[in-house]
Design a protein around this ligand. Structure first.
Ligand code: PLP
Length: 261
């Protein structure tokens, strides 16, 4: 057998299976990457919303990280819901200690239904501790606005936000995703040197739960396999577009995307 590529997700559990840890592991599996997880919080969740959030003790998160990193090894790692400032500090310490340089930061803040997945007090730690370690950070427009303090409405604003995430906050690259914009969704990648734009036609559906998690999980899986960032983002855009267009239609609310697409 060829060498197995391994990816780790540090994120929250979504009992509904559409976002968080579950979306990440399904995505890794589709891309033939061995998936591992360190769960930061458990959510009781379905397509109608988040019904409860139960943070894991810090020690439990640390033990999960040390267990998988020390034995199995990690080719690339992503972060999702980190919930509290102390979790961000812990993750930043571990990523530095084990020199996990293929770090994809999905700066998850608020679920589409409105539930807060990152304490406001954690925004500072996200900016100062985690972004400087990121190989790429993948905010949607509202997250890019919170991090940079910019108002982002036009494509030029998205480019400015991506530039700042790299030049001011220290990420090596940034993808600002256009799903929340008006009109055709364009994603903007700034790789520290060049801007790359990715545009697809908008597909109207309420089934977009977990799109951000899935998109960043594809990038992580591709980096784990040795792809360059530009190729990884191209693959992620293709994957998420198909996953949205081939909606599963599960649940009465805001359903998951289709990882089999
Ligand atoms: N629940 C968990 C555990 C998540 O990590 C995320 C995504 O980032 C969400 C919910 C939110 O998903 P969405 O905003 O796509 O509904």
């Amino acid at each position: 057998m060829e060498r197995v590529c391994k990816a780790l997700t540090i994120a929250g559990s979504d009992s509904g299976g559409g976002a968080g840890i579950q979306a990440d592991l399904k995505t890794f599996q589709m891309l033939e990457v061995y998936g591992m997880s360190a769960i930061t919080a458990v959510t009781a969740q379905n397509t109608l919303g988040v019904h409860g959030i139960y943070d894991l003790p810090l020690e439990g998160i640390q033990k999960q990280l040390e267990a998988v990193i020390s034995d199995i090894g990690v080719d690339a790692v992503k972060t999702g819901m980190l919930s509290q400032p102390a979790v961000i500090e812990l993750v930043a310490d571990q990523v530095s200690k084990y020199r996990l340089d293929k770090l994809v930061v999905d700066p998850v803040m608020i679920a589409k239904g409105g539930a807060s997945l990152l304490a406001e007090s954690a925004q500072h730690a996200l900016r100062t501790r985690l972004l400087p370690l990121a190989a790429v950070v993948t905010p949607n427009i509202p997250e890019a606005e919170v991090i940079t303090g910019l108002q982002v409405s036009t494509l030029a604003d998205m480019k400015e936000a991506a530039l700042r995430l790299v030049e001011q906050f220290g990420a090596k690259a940034a993808v600002v995703k256009g799903g929340h914009s008006q009109g055709e969704p364009t994603d903007v990648l700034y790789d520290g040197d060049t801007f790359h734009l990715f545009t697809e036609q908008r597909y109207e559906t309420r089934h977009t739960h977990g799109t951000g998690c899935t998109f960043s999980a594809v990038i992580t899986a591709e980096l784990a396999k040795g792809a360059r960032l530009l190729e990884a983002v191209q693959t992620a855009k293709r994957f998420i577009t198909l996953a949205i267009r081939n909606e599963l239609g599960i649940g009465a609310g805001h359903g998951p995307t289709n990882h089999w697409a």
